[in-house]
Design a protein around this ligand. Structure first.
Ligand SMILES: Nc1ncnc2c1ncn2[C@@H]1O[C@H](COP(=O)(O)OP(=O)(O)O)[C@@H](O)[C@H]1O
Ligand SMILES: [Mg+2]
Length: 246
């Protein structure tokens, strides 16, 4: 059996239902080993359109390409190749809209219940992001739900399939950092945890200036409400910004 068989008909090797994701993502058993297959959905469904609008509001100037869905997986394959399995799943192969990645064993961010472990994953996730940036790669969708606590490799990032026109790079890195912070609130709904994420992000010296440029004065609570659910008429956003500027 060659990898061609897997690319031709990945569903034949499927071992469970799709994961919760905007792409079609499922594990396979191929030649006695497990892998993850990722494919694009043929039509953009409601939830993807919703996410697309969220990003548009959140990022403002970040231009998101939607007219060619396969481009996203191509882009993810390109990034994963550069990262060589460090702080990300290893790329096994990519062919015409089908991406095969290493199977990772561990816990999804949203399945972690203890505050202590959430803090650790946020810390390691931010450190991983710095390393990834150091290799010239922008994650793109740094929503913390794309963090994964891999039992072997430590904390890794999924979510590299966005296609963005990014320039300058310093601002692109800052967008990754800012989304990490605000999505902590969206996913955990925990104010203290969000301040914690902001404190970790504020320590990332290389992104500092870009982050400052992004939050001041652009990220108003009004604009952030739809994509992040940060309440307006509330001190939460003001305090996050204060930490990020410190
Ligand atoms: N290599 C992997 N090993 C284990 N689980 C994975 C792997 N890749 C993805 N998953 C699970 O599937 C989810 C969706 O994958 P992801 O690449 O983020 O797709 P999408 O870009 O559509 O969100 C992840 O959040 C994770 O829970
Ligand atoms: Mg994801």
């Amino acid at each position: 059996m060659s990898l061609d068989d897997l690319f031709e008909n990945p569903d034949r090797f499927r071992i469970r239902d799709n994961f919760r994701a905007s792409h079609i993502v499922f594990p396979v058993n191929f030649g006695g080993k497990r892998y993850i297959v990722k494919k694009t959905k043929e039509f953009m469904d409601f939830i993807n359109i919703y996410y697309w609008f969220q990003d548009l509001f959140f990022y403002g100037s970040r231009i998101i390409s939607v007219n060619c869905p396969d481009k996203g997986l191509e882009e993810e394959a390109r990034k994963l190749k550069i990262l060589e399995g460090v702080h990300s799943p290893k790329m096994i192969g990519y062919r015409e809209g089908v991406l095969v990645r290493e199977f990772c064993e561990g816990e999804d961010f949203r399945s972690i219940r203890s505050d202590k472990q959430i803090q650790t994953v946020l810390e390691e996730g931010m450190a991983a992001l710095e390393q990834i940036h150091g290799k010239g790669v922008i994650v793109g969708d740094t929503n913390v739900k794309n963090l994964f606590d891999d039992h072997r490799k430590g904390v890794i990032w999924f979510g590299m399939s966005g296609v963005f026109k990014e320039s300058p790079m310093a601002l692109a890195r800052a967008r990754d950092v800012v989304k990490f912070v605000y999505s902590t609130y969206t996913i955990t709904r925990n104010r203290d945890m969000t301040f914690y994420a902001a404190e970790i992000a504020a320590r990332y010296k290389g992104a500092k200036e870009g982050v400052r440029n992004l939050v001041d004065p652009g990220l108003s609570s009004l604009r952030l409400w739809f994509p992040t659910r940060i309440p307006f008429f509330d001190s939460l956003n003001r305090n996050i910004k204060k930490i990020l500027r410190s």
